[in-house]
Design a protein around this ligand. Structure first.
Ligand SMILES: Cc1cc2nc3c(=O)[nH]c(=O)nc-3n(C[C@H](O)[C@H](O)[C@H](O)COP(=O)(O)O)c2cc1C
Length: 202
């Protein structure tokens, strides 16, 4: 059986979600999965970006991360999406990427894959769950197999978010526990995709 192909597709303005995405890539990579870590295109105007030095800096720091294309979705057996909360919802940059996937969806090429999502917000009750659930709306339309972390690992009792890995940015950069949750979520996604792949091959 060839390795599971996992695409991790994220948007991050100031690095928090990028740190979670990298941890997820690390967790998945250790399972032997073939991993593509991809950022979506930045759409904000330069005036907005340059008004926040940490935003401009993050763009510079991640210049070498390849931009996501619909081909990454077609290629993948499983896709893990990361987005900051924006008013309790998915960031426009990630949504704009998702809105380019109509042709793939129409051909049925987004169905039957494993999907999962992670997020960050500034405050604890600032919309992490609603953001991940909003990604779920997309997965339903695609006919995806949604794999949340639930409380299926001890680390989930520490982070306390069964919907997907999430970090409160006001607490500082993601620490060991949330990074381990991201690694765990990615492993769970890969394991489920591997089981489906084996079952379908048989
Ligand atoms: C336009 C906008 C809307 C936001 N909405 C929320 C929100 O509803 N709740 C919240 O807790 N944080 C909100 N934030 C804060 C971001 O979610 C937080 O800075 C983000 O998780 C950082 O992720 P990043 O470092 O990967 O960009 C918002 C930020 C912006 C710029």
């Amino acid at each position: 059986m060839e390795p599971v192909k996992l695409a991790i597709i994220y948007y991050s303005a100031t690095g928090t979600v990028h740190a979670l995405a990298r941890a997820a890539a690390d967790g998945a990579g250790k399972t032997g999965a073939d991993v593509r870590l991809r950022k979506v295109a930045e759409l904000a105007p330069p005036e907005a970006i340059n008004a926040r030095p940490e935003w401009a800096q993050h763009i510079q720091d991640t210049a070498d991360v390849i931009e996501a294309s619909p081909d990454d979705l077609a290629w993948a057996d499983a896709v893990l999406f990361g987005t900051p909360t924006r008013f309790g919802n998915v960031a426009g940059q990630l949504k704009a990427f998702i809105d380019t996937t109509g042709p793939l969806w129409f051909q049925g090429k987004l169905a039957d894959k494993v999907y999962s999502a992670f997020t960050a917000s500034n405050t604890a009750h600032g919309g992490q769950e609603s953001t991940i659930l909003a990604m779920g709306n997309v997965f339903y339309h695609w006919g995806g197999v949604i794999v949340p972390p639930g409380y299926t690992d001890p680390v989930q009792f520490q982070t306390g978010n069964p919907y997907g890995t999430s970090h409160v940015t006001a607490d500082g950069p993601p620490g060991d526990v949330v990074l381990e949750a991201a690694r765990y979520q990615a492993r769970r996604v890969v394991d489920t995709a591997a089981a489906l792949k084996t079952g379908r091959a048989g």
